[in-house]
Write a protein that binds this ligand. Structure first.
Ligand code: CAA
Length: 634
């Protein structure tokens, strides 16, 4: 089977390329620098019929095939990979699961406006503890009457915030692994469905990426996609197709970078000739073009197989893996050929170099692509030997008390908070300078975007002085608002707080931020949004307006000039006692072999946790072959 394109495919390429050159390319640098979502361009993609390119016309699509889709994503990514992924995530992750698994009503209600480009789609699978291990989903949906009640968070969601329709995966039957996960269609605007801050990314900065926050969101029963328990398969099958989109995006980046390098190599002269005429550059161009061509063949092969209704999961994984690694190689070489000029902001190759990296990460890392390819070759060999590890209970910051002071007036709530902190051993007559480095501070008062105008930082300083703490912030407060220097923001990419008391004021609790305070002995949250994730990760909390609570806290802790704090003694956090599983042991009457249910008998496919009574009747002693009935309880 040849994976050549037809005349119609090439006509489509011309059309998309013309649009990309005329409408997208001139804006690409500005969108990248501004971290800006191109609303107008997305609208025009809909008008061009590209937002539902491979769905039948009766569902609002253009009725074309998967190679047409690959060409559209490739041509857009050739000038702006952020725009490429907006189309890809919308089509293959947002629309496709509805097309494949939706009821006729769901298709008419949701797919039609999405395929026409009137509504944008997104896909919510990834969570803090469910990345490559997508089956680790912790978001839950509990059926209550006619609605599922959805609770949990999704991270790194492409089109998050901008999209209208979300495919969300949640556990409906706990304790049975991937078979307990279901898929739902969730609409933006439903009560309790909120978004985190737009991530500030290395590349594809014109695409929007946010956290999805679900707090008691009522999802009508009819928005269950497929059947209960089918969610994981829906996710996996959807990602098989999505990987063709990401492979096409990578191909487009590589094509764009290659063309820029070829042009530059013909134009730039050194040693009295164009640099392309020098063998070292000519060879680079030869390798780059070969990799681009090989990527294209793999991408179109996977696309053609999907159109033909044949199995294509392995081929999609191969295409994504190869094309993404080729994109990184080609973008790197393209920048190298440009020399110092390529290193400058505003140069296309500098952007391609940054944009390429994500393609080896999202919609399945290339490590997972190799798992998928190998599993297609060998079968899922690892499954039966995989003991399930149990994580400690608690959110991102580990186990926390989660006590919210709600009784009485705000003054009384502040009094209760201070009393609890004093009972935990905090002495508020001592303090540290407010500019103590974050990594060395025993206490921090930290501002989030809820702080509002810059002048309100004075309030943070005042509270910090009276708490005896240094000041810090979330990342946007330092980076975007520039209220504090960058070395004062706490988070995974910033400073880690290793001290005792962390007071988060107006911080919503994005996962990246929470990772920076995992080691805090005590976390206090003050926020006006009772659903803010920070409350699930704090020991104590007050739901209230910062303008009201912070002055009360400052006043309550105003003990005059603080004495210098003695060297820090790290306060121990209380962890819940894990009930220790004591297994009843059984000994073989024949040879003395001990059967421990906690260990199981993996050689004979008996997983850890299998009680003696649950052992199959035909099971025999692994040492001497005695029957199960020959075992006695010890
Ligand atoms: N199609 C249909 N069903 C599939 C399937 C597929 N491709 N792959 C697996 N399944 C089924 C299996 O048959 C199995 O079914 P049964 O329970 O009936 O036997 C079930 O799913 C579980 O399969 P595994 O045991 O193989 O699952 P696993 O837990 O070992 O995980 C994995 C397999 C391949 C590692 C998978 O977890 C995976 O693909 N991880 C990567 C996740 C990923 O790609 N995330 C990207 C997030 S989205 C994103 O990035 C979007 C964006 O920003 C643009």
């Amino acid at each position: 089977m040849l994976y050549a394109t037809t005349e119609q495919h090439e006509k489509l390429r011309e059309k998309v390329r013309a649009f990309a050159e005329e409408k997208v390319k001139p804006l690409a640098f500005m969108l990248d620098q501004g971290n800006e979502f191109p609303k107008e361009i997305v609208k025009e993609l809909g008008e061009l019929g590209l937002m539902g390119i491979y769905f039948p016309k009766k569902y609002g699509g253009a009725g074309l095939d998967m190679i047409s889709y690959a060409i559209a994503v490739e041509e857009l990514s050739r000038v702006d990979a952020g725009v490429g992924v907006i189309l890809s995530a919308h089509t293959s992750l947002g629309c496709n699961p509805i097309y494949d698994f939706g009821t006729e009503e769901q298709k008419l209600k949701y797919l039609v406006p999405m395929a026409k480009g009137e509504k944008l789609g997104a896909f919510g699978l990834t969570e803090e503890n469910a990345g490559s291990d997508a089956g680790g989903t912790e978001t839950v949906a509990v059926l209550q009457g006619d609605h599922y009640i959805l609770n949990g968070n999704k991270i790194f969601i492409t089109n998050g915030g901008e999209a209208d329709t979300y495919i969300v995966f949640a556990v409906t039957t706990p304790g049975i692994g991937t078979r307990g996960i279901s898929a739902f269609i969730v609409e933006k605007g439903w009560k309790g469905f909120e978004f985190g801050e737009h991530y500030d990314k290395l590349g594809i900065r014109s695409s929007e990426t946010r956290e999805l926050l679900f707090n008691d969101v009522r999802v009508p029963k009819e928005n269950l996609l497929g059947k209960e328990g089918e969610g994981f398969k829906i996710a996996m099958q959807t990602l098989d197709g999505g990987r063709i989109g990401i492979a096409s995006q990578a191909l487009g980046i590589a094509q764009g970078a290659f063309e820029a390098a070829l042009e530059y190599a013909k134009d730039r002269e050194q040693f009295g000739m164009p640099i392309g005429a020098q063998q070292i550059i000519g060879f680079k161009l030869a390798d780059m073009d070969t990799k681009v061509s090989a990527s294209r063949l793999l991408v179109y092969k996977a696309a053609a197989l999907k159109t033909a209704g044949e199995r294509y999961g392995k081929e999609a994984a191969m295409a994504k893996m190869y094309a993404s690694e080729a994109a990184i190689y080609v973008a790197n070489e393209a920048l190298q050929i440009h020399g110092g000029n390529g290193y400058l902001k505003g140069m296309e190759v500098e952007r391609f170099y940054r944009d390429a990296k994500i393609t080896t990460i999202y919609e399945g890392t290339n490590e997972i692509m190799r798992v998928v390819i190998a599993a297609n070759l060998l079968g899922p060999i690892s499954r039966t030997t995989k003991p399930q590890t149990k994580r400690a209970p608690g959110g991102t910051t580990g186990y926390r008390k989660k006590i919210i002071f709600k009784d009485g007036t705000p003054e009384e709530q502040v009094d209760a908070l201070v009393a609890a902190l004093e009972a935990d051993g905090y002495d508020f007559t001592v303090g540290i300078p407010i500019d103590t480095p974050v990594g060395k501070a025993e206490r921090l008062v930290s501002a989030g975007q809820g702080i509002g105008a810059k002048e309100n930082m004075k309030l943070i300083e005042k509270v910090a002085k009276n708490v005896g703490a240094a000041i810090s912030s979330s990342r946007p407060v330092a980076e975007t608002l520039k209220y504090l220097p960058l070395d004062r923001y706490v988070g995974m990419s910033g400073q880690s707080f290793k001290g005792n008391l962390y007071i988060a004021a107006g911080i919503s609790g994005a996962g990246q931020h929470l990772k920076g305070l995992k080691e805090a002995s005590t976390i206090v949250a003050i926020n006006n949004n009772p659903n803010a994730k920070i409350f699930k990760n704090a020991d104590y909390g007050i739901v209230g307006d910062l303008q009201e609570i912070l002055p009360l806290l400052a006043k309550r802790l105003d003990t005059g000039e603080k004495k210098p704090a003695p060297p820090m003694i790290k306060l121990k956090r209380k962890e819940p006692k894990q009930p220790k599983q004591i297994w009843q042991l059984y000994v073989c009457n024949g040879c003395g072999f001990e059967y421990n249910p906690g260990v199981g008998d993996m050689e004979n496919d008996i997983v850890p946790g299998t009680k003696y009574e649950e052992l199959p009747e035909e099971w025999t002693c692994p040492e001497c072959g005695e029957e199960k009935t020959a075992f006695i309880e010890v």
